[in-house]
Design a protein around this ligand. Structure first.
Ligand code: AMP
Ligand code: ZN
Length: 435
């Protein structure tokens, strides 16, 4: 296996040098942060009066955390550090309605983000001659477009397929001899389950690699996709707040994901005490973005649980590695790659007078995909013998939910008082996907 680099100097930079670069960029980030409404109020509350207070990387600990709700409250431009006319790109987190969490990039930010993404792709061994079919959803979500730019920057032929339309995906894979794809792991499994309908086997294709991300998956799922498709599968982790994919990517050794430390400072904290834990220990990932002038984010709590893998990777890169995500510290569900908070479902249900107050959210596996079932109790007068009324009510609930969470749920109506009532804190989510 040949080790390829996009920017060897930075990827293999000696740790001391890399940390110097981080410090220099952190100072710049803090200076930028002072240009935003949000941080110009928040940083002084932690005793930081300017970038000159940052003298070493240790000073990072003096900076306050930023959380998702801060982005919502600062919507739309409370975290913007440049003039609006300098912004060339905005994105939002998947599946959010109401007040979204948005990010912004200047032309320089976009170029830096694209470069990092290209670096991630090259680390898996692809090259200009590859054909890249991007089956991640395009739109506000970073997953599709950000990797698209990175692949184009490398010079690959990019097919912006987006997700859905199985027959077209297979047709393009065959006609254009696609060699690399990007999708959620569940979509890869789903596509494989439908392959026989199109009279295709993996040997009819030229596919050799897949990047999978946007949702949690186990090592077993990776192996399953690799075996079914006869390809190499690489884990890709990112979040829209941090520019999406390209933040942490596996190299050819597929042994955890390099987090690009010239662009991000990664810390692992104990989610209870909020104190950093030593390398190797599991905790919540906290990230500071160093290559975005339009919208700095300092010590952003991702809510994702992982650990920093001690030791160096065989590829020679000095940037540390993150282990596969273990779960989350909040109640966010990821359903077929889309983020859903149970509170969004609750809001919709509570707004409908026909529906009672007790409900249950069940998430199950339906073949390779996820299925969301929303069970709701209805008020006594709604339960008539007229099944047409009940169908109409179910359809209305499903429609309202779809408008809010972008997912089609299966709605079940239950008689008043028939769903389990738990004592104390109600358990309203049953995630039955976990083995
Ligand atoms: P979004 O902001 O919509 O891109 O969603 C980001 C979230 O998706 C992250 O905070 C993770 O919880 C999840 N996620 C993204 N990539 C992965 C991955 N490779 N493994 C596990 N979870 C992931
Ligand atoms: Zn490596």
């Amino acid at each position: 296996m040949e080790i390829k680099y996009w920017n060897k100097d930075i990827e293999t930079m000696e740790r001391g040098e890399l940390e110097k670069l981080q410090l220099q960029r952190l100072k710049k980030t803090v200076a930028q942060a002072f240009k935003t409404d949000f941080y110009s109020k928040k940083l002084p509350q932690s005793g930081i009066s300017g970038a000159e207070d940052i003298k070493s990387l240790e000073d990072l600990k003096r900076l306050p955390f930023t959380v998702k709700n801060d982005l919502r409250e600062a919507y739309p431009y409370g975290m913007l550090a440049v003039d609006r006319s300098e912004v060339v790109r905005m994105h939002a987190s998947s599946g959010t309605t109401g007040t979204p969490t948005t990010i912004y990039m200047t032309a320089a930010d976009l170029a830096a983000c694209t470069d990092i993404t290209t670096r991630s792709l090259v680390a898996t061994g692809v090259e200009k001659s590859d054909v890249f079919q991007n089956m991640m959803t395009y739109g506000l979500f970073t997953g599709g477009i950000v990797l698209h730019y990175g692949a184009e920057n490398l010079g690959m032929m990019v097919i912006p397929a987006s997700s859905g339309n199985t027959s077209r995906q297979f047709k393009m894979m065959k006609d254009f001899q696609t060699s690399v794809v990007h999708a959620t792991p569940s979509y890869m499994l789903y596509l494989h389950s439908r392959m026989h309908e199109f009279d295709i086997t993996p040997s009819d294709l030229k596919l050799s690699k897949a990047y999978v991300g946007a949702e949690p998956h186990s090592e077993d799922v990776r192996k399953k996709i690799e075996t079914l498709w006869n390809i190499d599968v690489y884990n890709s982790y990112g979040l829209s707040e941090m520019n999406g994919p390209g933040l942490a990517f596996e190299c050819i050794y597929k042994d955890c994901m390099h987090v690009w430390e010239d662009a991000y400072i990664a810390e692992i904290i104990d989610p209870e005490t909020l104190e950093p834990v030593p390398d190797g220990e599991e905790g919540e990932l906290v990230l500071t973005i160093l290559h975005r002038e339009a919208m700095p984010l300092i010590r952003y709590r991702t809510r994702d649980l992982t650990r920093i893998v001690p030791g160096q990777c065989r590829c020679g890169r000095t940037h540390r590695r993150l282990e596969r995500m273990k779960g989350r510290t909040d109640d966010m569900l990821i359903i077929n790659g889309v983020n859903v908070f149970p509170s969004q479902i609750e809001e919709v249900i509570m707004r409908m007078p026909e529906v009672g107050t007790n409900y249950l959210i069940v998430v199950q596996k339906s073949g390779p995909l996820d299925k969301l079932i929303v069970k709701t109790e209805v008020t006594k007068d709604v339960l008539t013998d007229d099944t047409r009324d009940l169908y109409a009510l179910k359809a209305k609930i499903a429609e309202n939910l779809k408008a809010s969470i972008f997912i089609n749920p299966v709605v079940e109506l239950h008689e008043h008082g028939s769903l389990p009532v738990s004592e104390g804190k109600a358990k309203r989510v049953l995630d039955e996907r976990k083995e």
